[in-house]
Design a protein around this ligand. Structure first.
Ligand SMILES: [Zn+2]
Length: 512
């Protein structure tokens, strides 16, 4: 999150970028949106096709009920208002991967509108705000509007490599044609590349929680286009925008935006004019290139799809779908902080996926002391993961050798006094060394127990006290904090196996 913060602050005090994002998300239905063909990824080319998705004359589309439910659930999770009636429309254009010559989408009456996502205000934006308004308080959150969420079908795919003769020919795979998508269009509320990155991260997180998509960017289940323009700060009117298409990671989108904003400002500062165009991002060079200008841009000649009835999602259906909405990441984070006493940062890490959050919650609730589980995750697990060089963000914690069940098991052992904190640390180290979960390592180590054997401990204490007459003298002279020294020595002598509480008791009795 620290890409270009300083340079952008300088730039952005004169110019204000305006960014809007269009995200396509593939819905996880078993069959396509208007026919019963499979949506399975990776099938041999052109095997998941039928007259409907091949666009044969006379074939009629039938809407997939599940696709509507998934789209509605996603739109609800994005705080949208669901329109009771929405209309499918034909978006007409010619392209080799679009056999019908049009794509069925929604245009003037989309499924859902007026949603939003809360993102933490980017540092850059907060600093600009502070500079401009001399507002002492940094803004902590920002609401990015969602204009609309609509349903549409995907087009096919042109293949340029990986088949015989690919050096001179392009092949077409129509398996993807008719796969259900939602398009999520944001308001131009995004002010910096960092904010765009945050918006996308939150969006993906929310969609993953709803379970309607796997959001796999490599397989094309989540795709993003960005519209970006700049204008002098304070100007109401928007500048001319460029559209950046086909960027395949959130990081590249941020980089592409950083480059594009700087490019536009340079053009304007040099007395030039921005032309409305579509640009592609080359991640190797870190630059955007013009793909086509507005003169070549499409006019899609939308009209209502005559082969489909208006889509009606009535109150009853809406209520049924609303029941399938899970607790969303933001709410869950707040609850974890409140219920388990974890920090906001750790709540963020623990809720990064629904699966992880479920595991943590189940482990914490099954353990004798849920807070201890949360504390161990914070103090012992995160530190070790960090030390191992993983950036604690995203899926990293999911690669931890110690599972949440393992953390819960270890927490219970400490809770019951069976092992000491020191022993737990050593066992965790072994787990990381061997890449094994806690219960396995604990068994392999012969299920060690901290020593509560009073006579053995007393013997050690006697030896330690005898060997340190100076410290004993200080203690007896009133320096009671010396007890810490003796506890430490005894723990060391017992190789960390002694129960510290018991050592403390025995020592106090002995020294006084
Ligand atoms: Zn089909």
């Amino acid at each position: 999150m620290s890409t270009s913060a300083d340079t952008s602050v300088a730039i952005h005090t004169t110019y204000e970028p305006v960014i809007g994002l269009e995200v396509h998300v593939q819905l996880l239905t078993a069959s396509k949106i208007f026919c019963s063909c499979s949506t399975r990824f990776g099938a041999p080319p052109n095997t998941n096709v039928c007259p409907v998705c091949l666009g044969m004359p006379g074939a009629l589309p039938v809407l997939n009920r599940k696709a509507v439910e998934f789209a509605t659930r996603a739109a609800m999770a994005l705080n949208c208002r669901i329109n009771e009636t929405s209309i499918f429309a034909r978006k007409n254009y010619f392209y080799p991967d679009l056999p019908k010559g049009y794509q069925i989408s929604q245009y003037d009456k989309p499924l859902a509108e007026h949603g939003y996502i809360e993102v933490p205000a980017s540092k850059t934006e907060a600093r600009i705000e502070k500079l401009r308004t001399e507002n002492r308080e940094l803004r902590t959150g920002k609401r990015i509007g969602i204009t609309r969420v609509h349903l549409e079908e995907d087009a096919g795919k042109s293949l340029h490599e990986g088949f015989p003769g690919s050096d001179e020919k392009t092949a077409i795979d129509l398996n993807r044609t008719g796969v259900p998508l939602i398009e999520i269009v944001s308001e131009p509320d995004i002010a910096t590349p960092d904010e765009a990155y945050e918006y996308l991260t939150r969006l993906k997180e929310i969609i993953l929680y709803t379970g309607v998509s796997d959001c796999n960017m490599e397989e094309g289940s989540l795709r993003c286009d960005a519209n970006v323009s700049v204008r002098p700060r304070g100007q109401k009117e928007l500048g001319t925008k460029a559209e950046i298409k086909n960027v395949n990671s959130f990081r590249f989108i941020r980089e592409a935006l950083v480059y594009e904003i700087a490019r536009q400002i340079e053009v304007i500062d040099g007395g030039g004019k921005i032309v409305q165009e579509t640009r592609l991002y080359n991640s190797h060079e870190g630059k955007t290139y013009s793909m086509r200008s507005k003169e070549q841009a499409h006019d899609y000649r939308y009209f209502h799809e005559p082969d489909l009835l208006p889509l009606v999602v009535d109150e009853k259906w809406k209520a049924e779908i609303a029941k399938t909405l899970p607790e969303l990441p933001e709410a869950r984070r707040a609850r974890f902080v409140h219920e388990f006493g974890v920090t906001e940062y750790d709540a963020q890490v623990l809720t990064v996926s629904k699966a992880l959050a479920d595991q943590f919650e189940a482990a914490a609730k099954a353990a004798k002391n849920p807070k201890r589980v949360a504390n161990l995750v914070q103090s012992e697990l995160m530190g070790r993961l960090k030390a191992r060089g993983s950036e604690i963000r995203g899926a990293e914690i999911e690669h931890s050798p110690i599972s949440m069940t393992g953390v819960a098991a270890s927490a219970d052992l400490v809770e019951s006094g069976a092992i000491s904190g020191k022993m737990l640390k050593d066992l965790y180290d072994l787990c990381f060394e061997r890449n094994q979960d806690f219960p396995e390592v604990y068994d392999e180590e012969g299920r060690p127990q901290q020593s509560s054997d009073t006579s053995a401990l007393e013997k050690i204490i006697d030896e330690i006290v005898a060997a340190n007459p100076k410290q004993l003298e200080q203690y007896r002279a009133g320096k009671k904090t010396m007890i810490g020294f003796f506890v430490g020595q005894v723990m060391k002598a017992s190789k960390g196996q002694a129960n510290p509480q018991l050592v403390n008791e025995l020592l106090t009795r002995k020294l006084d």
